[in-house]
Design a protein around this ligand. Structure first.
Ligand code: NDP
Length: 471
């Protein structure tokens, strides 16, 4: 019984996390429901400090006390199933960490369940995919601070590092870590869709995959530098070995999704926070999946030819500005939601620290997260990212080109739902006057909801006897 760490669930994420933990000098015990997977994994890594267990009993007995067991199985029922089989084998004070993409409300339920039985529980979001898990992910753990203190050395050693700072921090109580991971995934949806819209515009302007690889490589050397821009440049450069054509042109245009984007939207509605860029991104995936309907409609519903006549170099700059501005909006919205939820739940979240641990390891890692981190370090009470002086200046600089790109695309019939949702949010947010006066009149007309007046103090409510409508 002397392994420092145990992991249940040897699929892609589990295997890579185990190798990561082991490479930092820890002995790791592993268990997988299907035993052959465990055996093959251990056999494939001779000479490493790995203990492969054929049963959960053997697995639990191989761990030093207090046991630290990370569960890395399919989210949902399987996590509960694993916890249930572990419970009779554990001692009070042992620590279970759920590192999968669990819904934060499930994490809250499991925290209470395990806490009542005397066990310690951490719900940790892990981002970075396979490579992140192996080399250093961004980790978002939630749970009691005292439990975090026990796990801190291992988590800090396996996480990505940026300027020497580990990309892991205690996010807050149970649920907070998985919650922040969920919003991270929503933001990831937004980033990906914005890049796809930029691509669609370039395509209409006649850029081929090779030129696009160049544009994205260049962007990755500037202020848009990020993992997603980088992999996009590599995608455009990838040839299909069989046809020698650009692979991207051969991939079917229907996207899938798992739960986290949908959960993010549902939570935003519950908190009355606008995340229109992320909404647009999730909806764009849904629309993409309706391939047959789109093909049928393309022969019936009219629109202009998707063609953009612009000098390529100039267009690259304009689309850069539109993309960057929209990205700022998306993060402003996502962080606004995290702040609202943190307040609602009394989680004591630190947005600066959250932005800081997203700078490395995870899918949304990007140079501009340094600037977001700075903005919150300078002003922890910042009401909206757009109002941090650095980002205000950028938006003021970009807004003209951003409008032009949305206009160009709209006139050419090219859908830019995330670019335009972001711009709509920007213009609404900066409008001292919105047409909701008419809305209030309508509400008062049919529902006697009353309204306030611009020429009277706030808090005084009026009702009008509107003319009767017949029929
Ligand atoms: P999967 O989500 O594909 O899960 C497969 C693993 O779950 C296998 O080890 C499987 O065991 C085990 N499992 C499934 N059902 C049960 C059950 N009832 N009892 C016991 N074990 C069960 O694996 P991934 O590695 O892709 O992901 C793990 C977690 O990490 C998920 O929550 C995922 O959402 C999250 N995640 C994944 C990322 C990725 O890039 N893949 C990135 C970040 C997070 P068996 O071999 O016996 O079938």
């Amino acid at each position: 019984s002397n392994s420092d760490f145990g992991l249940v669930g040897l699929a892609v994420m589990g295997q890579n996390l185990v190798l990561n933990v082991e490479s930092r000098g820890f002995q790791v015990s592993v268990y997988n429901r299907t035993t052959s997977v465990t055996e093959e994994f251990v056999a494939a890594h001779p000479g490493k400090k790995l203990v492969g267990a054929k049963s959960l009993e053997e697995f639990v007995q191989s761990l030093a006390s207090p046991r630290k067991i990370m569960i890395m199985v399919k989210a949902g029922g399987p996590v509960d199933a694993v916890i249930e089989s572990l419970i009779p084998l554990l001692d009070k004070g042992d620590i279970i960490i759920d590192g999968g993409n669990s819904l934060y409300t499930d994490t809250e339920r499991r925290d209470k369940w395990l806490g009542d039985l005397g066990f310690r529980f951490i719900g940790a979001g892990v981002s970075g995919g396979e490579e992140g898990a192996r080399k250093g992910p961004s980790i978002m753990p939630g749970g009691p601070a005292s439990t975090w203190d026990v796990m801190k050395p291992i988590f800090e050693s396996i996480s990505a590092k940026v300027d020497g700072e580990p990309c892991v921090t205690h996010i807050g109580p149970a649920g907070a870590g998985h919650y922040v991971k969920m919003i991270h995934n929503g933001i990831e949806y937004g980033d990906m869709q914005l890049i796809c819209e930029a691509y669609n515009i370039f395509k209409a302007a006649g850029f081929d995959a090779e030129e696009l690889a160049e544009v994205f490589t260049e962007w990755n050397e500037g202020d848009l530098e990020s993992y997603l821009i980088q992999i996009t440049s590599k995608i455009f450069a990838q040839k299909d070995p069989e046809t020698k054509k650009a692979l991207v042109d051969l991939i079917l245009d229907t996207a899938g999704q798992k739960g986290t984007g949908k959960w993010t939207i549902m939570n935003a509605v519950e908190n009355a926070v606008v995340i229109s860029t992320i909404n647009a991104a999730v909806e764009a995936r849904i629309l993409s999946s309706m391939k047959d309907q789109r093909v049928a409609a393309s022969a019936k519903l009219e629109g202009p030819k998707p063609k953009i006549d612009e000098k390529k170099k100039k267009l690259v700059k304009k689309v850069h500005d539109a993309l960057f501005a929209s990205k700022i909006i998306s993060y402003a919205q996502g962080l606004d939601l995290i702040a609202a939820m943190g307040k609602e739940k009394n989680w004591g979240l630190d947005l600066g620290k959250i932005a800081a641990i997203w700078r490395g390891g995870c899918i949304i890692r990007a140079r501009f997260l340094n600037d977001i981190t700075d903005a919150y370090r300078k002003d922890p009470e910042l009401s909206n990212l757009m109002l941090a002086p650095y980002f205000t200046d950028l938006l003021n600089e970009f807004q003209e080109n951003w409008r032009e790109v949305v206009s160009l695309a709209t006139l050419a019939g090219i859908p830019v739902p995330a670019f335009s949702a972001s711009l709509g949010y920007y213009d609404s947010y900066r409008s001292a006057v919105l047409p909701a006066n008419l809305l209030q009149a309508q509400r008062d007309f049919f529902g006697a909801h009353t309204y306030e007046r611009t020429d009277r103090p706030r808090g005084e409510f009026f009702h009008t006897e509107w003319p009767e409508v017949i029929g």
